[in-house]
Design a binder for this molecule. Structure first.
Ligand code: UT7
Length: 348
């Protein structure tokens, strides 16, 4: 594989051809109004603001309230905002990839629902399920369609309505998660910017530590599964933590070494926002300066597939063309990985 790639690179050099890169040319996000604070949670379960802040770094999260409102409710305004910022019509989108574990329905794909609602008439799309790594997996998939020259406009959404699968009587999980949606636009460029490289992994053995017991084809919904509260996130936090602190740093360093990047070459580390202590440990292990790390967990908690695009949105004005970003995530599956992005524009 490596030899094939080198051969293609050689051909490109010999014939003075330009490689097509997938550049992120716009970023947007949308969060529901309702704030669920640590003080609110103190009234719901046996916890304290102090414990949550100290153990996770979270102060509040956003929750989508109202009947019959799915994750598309947050993703639609995010993608509309994205089109506005990029100055494109939704009808120009070729493909929309929707990373989520909380689709509106098991089927059809929420990608199809979003495309219909925003008027993305020529786009096709699909949902991608990789939990907290959903966005980085989807970004890598989307980039392939640009790099091969197949498409000109690919939208990658990372969005989750975690409140729909969280048990608000379980203090182990309800303090962590929140709802949110983020999206980026990928477009082709022959400049030396965009998605430069990636490494992804998965290990299904991790399913035992983080999963939803019922609602899939293995255990369809019954009165019993509902009574047993099996339609909520089940997490053995300590075990997940143990892997997350090692794997995000390990894969980031592997990607950096592969591309001869030193920690001082990295302008921004964009880690999945699961726990501030996991982020701090990743920063320490990679040697990247703590001032160069995107953090917004205190405002939104863990929004699963939305954390990374929401970080990009929140820090967009600080980003400069040519900045080296390492996006990294670890989550349910287990799934994990890292992407090296050379940022394509000065933040506005
Ligand atoms: O994004 C997807 C991947 N997910 C993650 O990366 C999450 C990884 N895990 C974590 O972030 C952490 O494990 C948690 C935040 C979930 C839990 O923090 P922890 O420091 O690992 O706590 P623990 O589960 O080891 O529990 C320590 C103690 C226990 O009490 P005892 O047994 O020592 O008496 C818990 O019962 O803290 C207790 N505890 C709480 N106390 C107050 C657990 N949750 C709470 C709570 N409030 N909300």
């Amino acid at each position: 594989m490596e030899i094939d790639f080198l051969f293609i690179k050689l051909l490109i050099l010999l014939f003075n051809l330009k490689m097509i890169h997938a550049a992120i040319t716009a970023v947007a996000g949308y969060l529901p109004e309702k704030r669920l604070t640590n003080l609110d949670l103190e009234k719901m379960v046996d916890t304290t603001d102090e414990w949550i802040k100290e153990r996770t770094g979270i102060e509040e999260r956003r929750i989508l309230v109202g009947n019959d409102l799915g994750i598309s409710e947050l993703a639609i305004p995010a993608v509309q905002e994205l089109c506005k910022k990029a100055n494109i019509e939704p009808s120009e989108i070729d493909l929309l990839i929707f990373a989520t574990v909380t689709p509106d329905m098991v089927f059809p794909a929420t990608a199809n629902i979003v495309c219909d609602k925003i008027g993305a008439k020529k786009a096709w799309g699909f949902d991608l399920s990789a939990a907290c790594s959903g966005f980085i997996y989807a970004l890598t998939v989307g980039a392939q369609f640009i790099q091969t020259g197949s498409y000109k406009k690919v939208v990658v959404v990372g969005a989750d309505k975690m409140s729909s699968i969280i048990d608000y009587t379980d203090r182990n999980t309800c303090i962590i998660f929140g709802d949110g949606a983020g999206a980026v636009l990928l477009e082709p460029t022959t400049d030396d910017i965009g998605i430069k490289d990636f490494i992804h992994y998965s290990d299904g053995n991790g399913a035992q530590f983080l999963h939803m017991k019922a609602g899939g084809s293995k255990r369809p919904a019954t009165f019993k599964t509902v009574e047993n509260r099996e339609h909520f996130v089940y997490q053995e936090g300590k075990n997940v933590f143990k892997y997350a602190v090692v794997k995000m740093a390990e894969v980031s360093l592997e990607l950096m070494n592969k591309n001869h990047l030193k920690s001082e070459d990295i302008h921004w580390l964009v880690p999945h926002q699961a726990n501030k202590r996991i982020i701090d440990s990743t920063v320490q292990r990679t040697g990247i300066h703590p001032d160069k790390v995107m953090v917004n967990i205190h405002k939104y908690g863990n929004t699963t597939a939305a954390t990374i695009p929401l970080c990009l949105r929140d820090y967009e004005t600080l980003l400069k063309k040519g900045d080296n970003l390492i996006l990294t995530s670890f989550g349910g599956g287990f799934t994990w990985g890292a992407i090296w992005v050379k940022w394509a524009y000065d933040g506005k």
